[in-house]
Design a protein around this ligand. Sequence first.
Ligand SMILES: NC(=O)c1ccc[n+]([C@@H]2O[C@H](COP(=O)([O-])OP(=O)(O)OC[C@H]3O[C@@H](n4cnc5c(N)ncnc54)[C@H](O)[C@@H]3O)[C@@H](O)[C@H]2O)c1
Length: 309
Amino acid sequence: MLLDAGHEVVVLDDLRTGHRVALAPDATHVDLPVHEAAQVLTREAGFDGVLHFAALIAAGESMVKPELYWHNNTVGSLALIDAVRAAGIPRLVFSSTAAVYGNPTELPIPETAVKAPTNTYGATKLAVDMALTSEAIGHGLAAVSLRYFNVAGAHLTDDVALGERHDPETHLIPIALDVAAGRREKLQLFGDDYPTVDGTCVRDYIHVADLARAHLLALDAATAAQHRVYNLGNGNGFTNRQVVDVVREVTGHPLPVEMAPRREGDPAELVASSRLAREELGWVPQKPTLHDMVGDAWTFYRTHITDQA
Ligand SMILES: NC(=O)c1ccc[n+]([C@@H]2O[C@H](COP(=O)([O-])OP(=O)(O)OC[C@H]3O[C@@H](n4cnc5c(N)ncnc54)[C@H](O)[C@@H]3O)[C@@H](O)[C@H]2O)c1
């Protein structure tokens, strides 16, 4: 989308969890850890903005290998912020997360809600959010944190097909699609005794193309010496069972489900208030329904998931 909007793009990614096939041919790829971003972000290179996505994202793993998450997500981000400052780059947009809120005290969750992450992953991201606030105040950075809720779907155009490929996969929709494709026997749902309409957890899903569009709007809205923070979700919650029903409908597969005990630290309900992103960024999700998201994810799965790279 940046390339389509006329930007020159450099992708700094050491592909520790990423995929070479996802790199746009018209972007320059630099194979380096984010900790070494200063090698690329020189004054001479003349960058006018940084979008910072690099992170490890598995909440469960972050509880057993916390040092890995602090080093990668927080130390790496601090090194990036140092490099941005040294090179005089004016804008930075950061991938924050709903995980910074922990168990929400209000629903839908506004950006001002209490931040109390229940896992190390969320804590490493909250620390970066706080560093960005300081950087905006102390050094005038135009910073934006986008707090994603559950990202889903796939970005599909005539030339591009970008979908979800985590290894190991921990996200509900791609795991359900694995079952539909015959790669897993059944789907486990964790907990059916939550105080929700059908007892399973409620989550807010956002289509990856809507998420990407929000980044372009955030780059334009970034303002010197301000740290703006926006939640990105649809404001609609869906229970795990409702997601499973949509996957059944889209794939035509009966999708056997096995109930498992609750997982430690899983809040009953996470739903975003994205009023601020709509009002201040002019962001309007174009693919807000679960059918849109599961439909695109399934198209990507059927056409691309076999040629993993
Ligand atoms: N997927 C979601 O539902 C979700 C929700 C909330 C927030 N986020 C955030 O969005 C961002 C992207 O997540 P994703 O789901 O695309 O995960 P991903 O693992 O597919 O992408 C992360 C990318 O960062 C790269 N990377 C990680 N550490 C690096 C390092 N130290 N140096 C260089 N490159 C590094 C990986 O190789 C990978 O390409 C992350 O910051 C994540 O915290 C994702």
